[in-house]
Design a protein around this ligand. Structure first.
Ligand code: UDX
Length: 435
């Protein structure tokens, strides 16, 4: 099938490559010339395991092209809208202007057989509104939220754990769903559960899922605060409660909390939208979820300062990790960089290292010092803070690392190291939610 993907960021680039790998003819459209050039030459403009291989393979087979010219997508049957919906500056609400612009740009090219499929995370009510915008063309509107995780985006797109189709009532909705079934045919043969809902439910599924995940993380981080106050160990607590399969151990890793381009802004946009709908009380708890999350960053700084004897001034602090999570170069709302900046403003001489995210981090916080090589970054440090749990940092050897530093202070912001091993090698080991 001929498909277009509007917006080629973390979501769209992966979706375009994945759809081409399923055998469709895909045109990826983005307004950013540099991004289009990079993707055309098979170089993803961001780090995502497996994406480069997928891009190259699809382009070799002539199934995938990238362009800034939306008219090249005119003959596509299905148009996926994959643009970003960032937080509006100074507000909680999501900025949907890119979604609106994407649909506007498609509008002149739509016909009665076209299907516009929104994948971006949007405030509930957006699909209904956009269906009105394209109604005059006879094209169908659908909302098909995307649940991919960065770092696992290729796998999550090709083998999703469910597909949700938000459709219009009656026959037009059914016809659009049948078209999307054709697009996803090779995913559906794997017995992937597929649910058909109305527009509002599909939009809310995404927001509710991310709110639940954020709540789970902040719940365990609230327990970490209690563990800190009482001398208990939050990692053991998480293991023990997680053995109850009604609770489950996943997403109960206490530490520096959540960041990235989705969870933080999605819970804020949800609060803003609920307010507009007069249902703000229903999600008022998300304000506390957000606060617990932000408090972890401050607590991390407090623990590090305390471990250094009460002041950062003139001390060399090495921060392991800049990305908001491992296997990603995404630094949007990165907890690690937030901590780095707080320590720098309190007089610490901060060096940040990361296997993939240094270039992006430099663009956001050029004032910090960056060193790509881990050993070089650690050399001479008076404290080492592990803030993003890349495999390389989890595997650090306490004795070898001790040889490099000036002060053997290690603060584990993700609870991924074995305290006994580090203490045995002479380190002062501190962590969030652990004695
Ligand atoms: C998330 C959702 O998981 C995904 O379904 C949705 O489509 C987009 O948002 P992503 O932002 O890629 O995906 O990251 P995720 O793996 O969910 O992690 C989010 C943040 O939570 C990271 O900063 C991570 O470090 C943190 N986290 C995760 C924890 O602090 N503890 C945990 O137990 C799990």
């Amino acid at each position: 099938m001929k498909i277009s993907v509007i917006g080629c960021g973390y979501l769209g680039a992966v979706h375009a490559a994945a759809m081409a790998s399923l055998g469709h003819e895909v045109t990826g459209v983005d307004v950013d010339t540099a991004k289009v050039e990079a993707l055309t030459s098979g170089r993803p403009p961001f780090f995502e395991p497996g994406l480069s291989e997928l891009l190259v393979k699809a382009q070799e087979r002539g199934k995938l092209e990238f362009t800034t010219d939306v008219s090249r997508a005119a003959d596509a049957t299905v148009h996926f809208v994959c643009v970003g919906t960032p937080q509006k500056p100074g507000e909680f609400a999501a900025d949907v202007t890119y979604v609106d612009a994407a649909v506007e740009s498609l509008h002149p090219h739509l016909t009665a057989t076209s299907v516009v499929v929104g994948k971006s995370t949007v405030p509930v009510g957006t699909a209904e509104r956009l269906a009105g915008v394209i109604a005059d063309t006879g094209a169908a509107m659908m909302w098909n939220p995307e649940f991919l995780r960065e770092g696992h985006a290729v796998e999550d797109t090709l083998h999703p754990n469910r597909l949700v189709y938000g459709v219009a009532d009656g026959e037009p909705g059914q016809a659009a769903a049948a078209t999307l079934d054709e697009v996803y045919a090779s995913i559906l043969v794997e017995d992937t559960p597929r649910m058909i809902t109305d527009f509002a439910t599909a939009e809310l599924v995404k927001t509710a899922a991310n709110s639940f995940l954020a709540t789970k993380i902040s719940f365990i981080n609230a327990m970490a605060e209690l563990c800190e106050a009482s001398g208990a160990d939050v990692t053991q607590l998480a293991d023990a409660i997680g053995m109850d399969d009604r609770i489950g151990r996943k997403f109960l890793n206490a530490g520096l909390g959540f960041g990235g381009g989705c969870l933080p802004k999605d819970i804020r946009a949800f609060m803003a939208r609920a307010g507009e709908l007069g249902a703000d009380q229903a999600v008022a708890f998300l304000k506390e979820i957000d606060s617990i999350n932000m408090r972890r960053r401050v607590r991390m700084v407090d623990i590090a300062r305390d471990a250094l004897g009460g002041s950062f001034i003139g001390k060399k602090i090495t921060i392991l990790g800049a990305a908001f999570k491992p296997d990603s170069d995404d630094v949007r709302d990165s907890p690690a960089l937030a901590v780095a900046r707080l320590i720098a403003t309190q007089g610490g001489l901060v060096t940040v290292t990361d296997p993939q995210a240094i270039d992006n981090a430099k663009k956001s916080f050029p004032e910090l010092n960056y060193v790509a090589d881990t050993a070089e970054a650690i050399t001479g440090a008076e404290a080492v803070l592990l803030l993003t749990e890349w495999r390389e940092y989890r595997d650090l050897d306490p004795a070898a690392t001790a040889e490099l530093v000036r002060g053997k202070v290690l603060v584990d912001g993700r609870n991924v190291l074995t305290p006994e091993l580090w203490r045995a090698a002479g380190w002062t080991y501190r962590a969030l939610g652990r004695p």
